[in-house]
Design a protein around this ligand. Sequence first.
Ligand SMILES: [Ca+2]
Ligand SMILES: [Ca+2]
Ligand SMILES: [Ca+2]
Length: 120
Amino acid sequence: MKKSLALAFALGLAAPMAALAQSAPLDLSQEHFEQLDVDKNGRISEVEYRQFMDGAFTKLDADGNGRLSPSETASVLTAEQFAIVDSDKNGELSRTEFLDQVMRDFRRADDDSDGHLQYP
Ligand SMILES: [Ca+2]
Ligand SMILES: [Ca+2]
Ligand SMILES: [Ca+2]
């Protein structure tokens, strides 16, 4: 659980996985938080999170074919993590598979289920 949210942030922010894997799910730096909090209301909504991760998918999709291959995600996902996100096991990540995973992470991190993450 800790790893998967850290993974989500790593996808967008290219932070070192080794360091992130050690941190708590909401142990975001203020800088990371502010990047995600687009409307600057002090909270990250599901919409802000989804839009950010949608952009991260587009950035990772180097050949622009709408799917992520293992090599396109090599810098942010281990083979094991890739297999978890690849829910239909076809060897590629669709945008839906990717967003389903990161939004599950979001909801797990949203302890009080109000649809927002607050800066601690
Ligand atoms: Ca916000
Ligand atoms: Ca691709
Ligand atoms: Ca797939």
